[in-house]
Design a binder for this molecule. Structure first.
Ligand code: SF4
Ligand code: SF4
Length: 446
């Protein structure tokens, strides 16, 4: 039987409505908007001003520190303003607005589809290239990739794990990428092995994507060091710690321990493709694949979207928003964020746009906890969600911290299993946010 992780997890309906839809290019927007915080870490710092002309691939913001990433324009045109924009967090954040004029690219970017197999760059040159291209984790975490590829010196890495699980219901962007760009992904894996100085990679794919498993297996049958590992379907297998356990049997200790402490580096398959494009094609991260879907959606699809494009434009491509839509989500139904507005721009971490019908979106009345412990059984991190939610409601941040709130991966398994319909994830997110702030303030004082 195929591997999976041991503790907790749930089996939501997959609803992969767009799995059979080939990737198509979304049209250019009239105006592209680039929030300066599209990654974990310090926001990027604008290096253009109002009125400046830019090309596709022009750097428009520098990294704000080591834990940060630069941003490049995905369009050609003129900088209209630097202002704030409503982003997926629901808050207004600083952003660069560019009015689109034509589609002219920076010279030096290879726009052909020709597969580029050989990489003659040194380890450091590849790492620099990845950092300069502004690549961040494209599974949604948005952790700067060059940081992940620079593990602490005392950690001996022996395996690269490629996260091609895509366990979130509805999302199919990674699945299509594997079917349509397998060769580029394999070159990307080889480049990452070179950077890490190791010779073993495992691409973990859930068993509901047999075509991708078969294709990548046939492509790697003559390549040494790359294994394709089918995994039993279980959410949240795409969580870093769950995937490491499923693939290697190793358990990452609680924070501040990292995957590197157990010899692993995990990269999303979309990130691997972006690495290929950056290193072999000199193309910075200016576009990504986005699934646009939902049960009432006319044309569930997978789109290649220039960053900065408004979500409303993608919804049009999918046939418009169904009348009975009750909730618009950026990402999947389990870990995604509800959007207040469809003008929000696509950013590096936008994996999907999901329209949920009113009948499924409406929250049913919450009832008292009946101590059934279903949330505890479902939690893949071994936490006690009912306790964390109670601590959060009572603003007892000390209790939340003592009970490992910072280990929560916000997967939503607890909430999805609660027979009393308690909004456990909301409470847990709130407490995690507050405790995270308290810990940061405490550390700053030291
Ligand atoms: S959201 Fe957090 S507390 Fe709830 S199941 Fe996931 S990891 Fe556990
Ligand atoms: S699943 Fe819901 S009802 Fe059951 S213990 Fe957890 S919070 Fe209480």
């Amino acid at each position: 039987m195929a591997n999976t992780f041991k503790i907790g997890g749930v089996h939501p309906e997959p609803n992969k409505l767009s799995a059979g839809s080939r990737i198509v290019n979304a049209p250019l927007p009239k105006q592209a908007v680039f929030p300066l915080s599209q990654h974990i870490g310090a926001p990027a710092v604008p290096c253009v001003s109002k009125g400046d002309s830019v090309l596709v691939g022009t750097r428009i913001a520098d990294a704000g520190g080591f834990m940060s990433a630069p941003i490049h324009s995905s369009v050609s045109g003129k900088v209209a303003k630097i202002d704030t924009v409503l982003d997926a967090s629901g808050f207004r954040k600083p952003a660069i607005f560019i009015d689109v004029e034509g589609d002219s690219w920076e010279p030096g970017i290879d726009r052909t589809d020709t597969l580029s197999l050989l990489c003659s760059l040194t380890q450091q040159e590849v790492l620099d290239c990845i950092r300069e291209a502004g690549i961040v984790g494209m599974g949604g975490a948005c952790f700067p990739t060059h940081v992940k590829l620079s593990p602490p010196k005392d950690c001996r890495i022996d395996v690269l794990i490629v996260n091609a699980v895509e366990c979130e219901p509805y999302l199919t962007a990674d699945h299509r990428l594997m079917l349509e760009h397998p060769d580029e992904i394999i070159v990307g894996v080889r480049i990452l092995l070179k950077v890490l100085g190791i010779d073993r990679a495992v691409i973990g794919i859930e068993e509901n994507k047999p075509d991708a498993i078969q294709l990548l297996r046939s492509k790697t049958s003559m390549v040494s060091g790359i294994e394709i590992m089918p995994l039993r379907m279980k959410y949240p297998q795409g969580g870093e710690k769950q995937l490491i356990e499923a693939v290697t049997g190793r358990q990452v200790p609680p924070p501040p321990a990292l995957p590197a402490n157990v010899g692993c580096v995990v990269q999303n398959v979309g990130t691997v493709f972006a690495v290929y494009e950056a290193v072999q094609k000199r193309k910075p991260l200016i576009e990504r694949i986005v699934t646009v879907t939902g049960k009432g959606v006319k044309n569930p699809c997978n789109l290649r979207v220039r960053l900065g494009t408004p979500v409303s434009q993608l919804i049009e491509m999918a046939g418009g928003m169904p009348e009975d839509t009750g909730k618009l989500i950026s990402g999947g139904p389990m870990m995604g964020r509800p959007l207040l507005d469809d003008s929000v721009p696509v950013v590096k971490g936008t994996s999907g746009i999901l329209m949920i019908p009113e009948s499924e979106a409406a929250r049913l009345e919450e009832r008292n906890c009946i101590r059934c412990a279903k949330c505890v059984q479902a939690c893949p991190m071994g936490l006690e969600p009912y306790l964390l939610a109670t601590a959060s409601a009572a603003q007892d941040w000390e209790c939340a911290e003592e009970n490992w709130i910072m280990s929560c991966i916000e997967c939503g398994c607890c909430q999805s299993t609660c027979p009393s319909r308690r909004p456990l994830l909301d409470w847990v997110r709130l407490a995690k946010n507050r405790v995270g702030g308290i810990i940061r303030a405490r550390n700053a004082k030291k």
